[in-house]
Design a protein around this ligand. Structure first.
Ligand SMILES: Cc1cc2nc3c(=O)[nH]c(=O)nc-3n(C[C@H](O)[C@H](O)[C@H](O)COP(=O)(O)OP(=O)(O)OC[C@H]3O[C@@H](n4cnc5c(N)ncnc54)[C@H](O)[C@@H]3O)c2cc1C
Ligand code: FES
Length: 507
């Protein structure tokens, strides 16, 4: 199973064309190798090509099939409640860099849509961060003040088009929404030729910085380049402990049709649980994307309940006529709330872009702009705040310790849990579970035809025990977010190897 064939494909995957770039089978030399063909990697590669460099994009699956194919696709610099906190922890200068980078990214997406004539439902919409709790009005007012201080066209309002009462909201004009996969397919299409390439179904296994420059070993070949950009959501090789500085959070979305008019504007509620609303085109009609719910990857338990809760809220809030698509995906949340973009702390010519905290449509585009500037020797005004070599960011130590204690607990808890595993005979068709075979945890899945497939439950990244995700029929790692299909093949990194098959005989 690939990312495009997931149990619950997204609206974007379900309504975009297939791509078929060749796998890497040889040695290729380019100026820049870009590993990862999501919005970040493709933007980086295209901007570099437009600046005169040759590039090779190396994608494990199909382009825009990762989180970019499973997003809600608001393109905005309004990121919930962000700016008051950023001013507090980073100071006004760096907070302004973050705001300007994301505002510029909205403009960059619009410019590429225009330049390449991309048919991707791009349209401007105002963005809102709202609360339904009177007690949180002050948080909204503080965010408006912080955003305007940083130069964003934000205003305070109590008036939105949502059908339920809102106490207060930040409103930011002239933001955008689009169909992210159609947009990315067009970016990918503009890359090959004149010494540049896109390779699909080519998982990179290794990046090595040699005397002659870095080499990416991937699929049946290798890419030798002056510089490498790793844009794989979370780096698949250890470029500087990023797996301990950003943690994987899963969230849920559905595309629905409703009776009557849909509210215009892109909304994010800051109360718990988080709620997201935006209009979308569905087969010529206007529908809505509703999003929300959240848990750490591999720590959600009965994941079907998150879909059920989202649907219950959706039906209570909007006159839903049909639910056409539902999907889930994850992104990485950095401990200090700022993505890591730029040179890797452990390398000279290997660069990273990760930790977009569910705002990668703008942050990933900004990362592409920063990396393209960096690699062609142009100064970039926002590079400092995203600096991937920063150490011990102010205000983040508590978060760092908390997140890594959580990972530590998963190691201990999961290893202790082995003896509680049920016998494989109890698994119904379509069900998976950890079963005990000779004292070892084995990830077992009963196929719809009744046959049993068993693989090692030990994640091939760093050895945590994977957990069954019943809503998606995947094996998800609770430590750093690797995901595997029901038969053990890697879907999402940082793991690069499949779960090892385990022979089991049923009586
Ligand atoms: C439910 C949800 C809703 C969201 N909504 C929004 C939103 O409204 N607005 C917004 O701005 N952001 C949103 N985000 C966040 C945004 O979608 C992500 O930040 C963004 O898509 C990340 O893009 P990327 O290119 O960095 O990663 P990806 O899109 O994940 O791309 C990485 C690529 O790398 C490939 N890869 C991985 N390992 C390897 C390897 N070893 N070799 C080769 N290739 C590899 C993967 O197959 C993948 O295609 C949302 C996220 C979620 C989960
Ligand atoms: S993702 Fe790191 S141990 Fe599984």
């Amino acid at each position: 199973m690939g990312l495009l064939e997931l149990y619950n494909p997204s609206l974007w995957v379900g309504t975009s064309a297939a791509s078929s770039y060749p796998p890497l089978a040889d040695r290729v030399e380019v100026d820049v190798a870009v590993v990862g063909g999501g919005i970040t990697g493709l933007t980086t590669a295209l901007l570099l090509k437009q600046a005169g460099a040759t590039v090779a994009v190396v994608e494990a699956d199909r382009v825009a099939s990762g989180t970019t194919g499973y997003t809600t696709a608001k393109v905005t610099s309004l990121h919930g409640l962000t700016y008051a906190e950023l001013i507090d922890t980073q100071g006004e200068d760096k907070a302004r860099q973050y705001a300007q980078a994301n505002q510029a990214a909205v403009g960059q997406v619009a410019a590429l849509v225009d330049q390449l004539g991309i048919d991707c439902q791009f349209e401007h919409q105002p963005a809102f961060t709202y609360t339904t709790e009177a007690a949180r009005r002050a948080d909204i007012a503080a965010e408006v003040e912080a955003a305007t201080t940083l130069g964003l066209p934000a205003s305070y309002t109590e008036d939105t088009a949502l059908p339920y009462p809102v106490e207060a909201a930040v409103r930011l004009e002239d933001q955008a929404q689009f169909h992210p996969r159609r947009y990315c397919l067009a970016l990918a299409g503009a890359i090959p030729g004149d010494g540049s390439h896109v390779f699909e179904m080519t998982r990179a296994r290794d990046v090595e910085e040699t005397g002659g420059g870095p080499v990416v070993r991937a699929g049946g070949g290798e890419v030798v380049a002056a510089d490498v950009v790793v844009a794989t959501l979370l780096p698949f090789v250890d470029l500087g402990g990023f797996f301990s500085k950003a943690h994987p959070m899963m969230s849920y979305a559905m595309a629905v049709r409703v009776h009557g008019e849909v509210p215009q504007g892109m909304y994010l509620g800051v109360d718990s649980p988080t709620r997201s609303v935006r209009p979308v085109r569905l087969d010529g009609e206007t529908g809505l994307i509703l999003g929300g719910q959240s848990h750490k990857v591999g720590q959600g338990g009965e994941t079907g309940q998150y879909y059920a809760d989202l649907e219950a809220w959706g039906r209570a809030s909007f006159p839903i006529r049909s639910i056409d698509y539902r999907w889930s995906a994850h992104d990485y949340v950095p401990v200090d709330s700022i993505p890591y973009v730029g040179r890797s702390p452990r390398h000279q010519r290997v660069h990273v872009a990760t930790g977009f905290k569910k705002w990668g449509m703008s942050n990933g585009t900004a990362a592409g702009m920063i990396l393209a500037d960096l690699l062609v020797g142009r100064a970039n005004p926002w590079a400092e705040v995203f600096d991937a070599t920063r150490v011990d960011p102010k205000g983040s130590i508590k978060e760092f310790v908390k997140e890594n204690l959580n990972v530590g607990k998963r190691f201990v808890k999961d290893h202790l849990a082995r003896s509680d595993s049920p016998p494989a005979g109890q698994l119904a068709p379509g069900q998976g579970g950890l079963v005990n075979v000779d004292g070892n945890d084995v990830a077992a899945y009963r196929r719809p035809d009744g046959s049993l497939v068993a693989v090692s439950a030990v994640c091939t990244h760093m050895g945590c025990t994977v957990q069954w995700n019943p809503a998606e029929t995947t094996w998800d790692c609770p430590c750093h977010g690797s995901r595997f299909d029901c038969e053990g093949a890697v879907l999402n990194g940082p793991a690069v190897a499949d779960l090892a098959p385990v022979p089991v005989e049923e009586q």
